[in-house]
Design a protein around this ligand. Structure first.
Ligand SMILES: [Zn+2]
Length: 111
């Protein structure tokens, strides 16, 4: 497993471009708050509900999309989902499924 997602590197992966010191600034409405006061969900704006994405996730989504277009520019969502599942299973491990799904659902607005 190359990318074991411990809570330590999970927090590191959440380092935001929108983060100034310990203060998080919403990309959408510019509301800001202290990270330490934000509870379990420090990157969701409490004013407008926007989930502030990290510079890393922006970079990764660009690369994923490039890779998909390279393989098949009309990649089916089933192939995409299966590929994500394979990475989760083979590289992250089942202990990360639940927190992964939590973030995914939040990003997509699925309750
Ligand atoms: Zn906001």
């Amino acid at each position: 497993m190359k990318y074991i997602l411990t809570s330590e590197n999970y927090n590191a992966s959440l380092k935001k471009e929108s983060m100034v010191g310990d203060t998080i600034v919403c990309d959408k409405c510019k509301w800001s708050w202290a990270k330490d006061d934000a509870g379990d969900d420090p990157f969701t704006c409490h004013k407008c509900g926007n989930v502030n994405e990290s510079a890393q996730s922006d970079k990764l989504s660009t690369e994923i999309n490039k890779a998909m277009v390279k393989i098949d520019d009309s990649m089916s969502y089933a192939d995409f989902a299966s590929a994500v599942a394979k990475v989760l299973r083979d590289e992250y491990g089942s202990h990360n499924y639940e927190p992964f799904m939590e973030v995914l659902h939040k990003e997509l607005g699925i309750k």
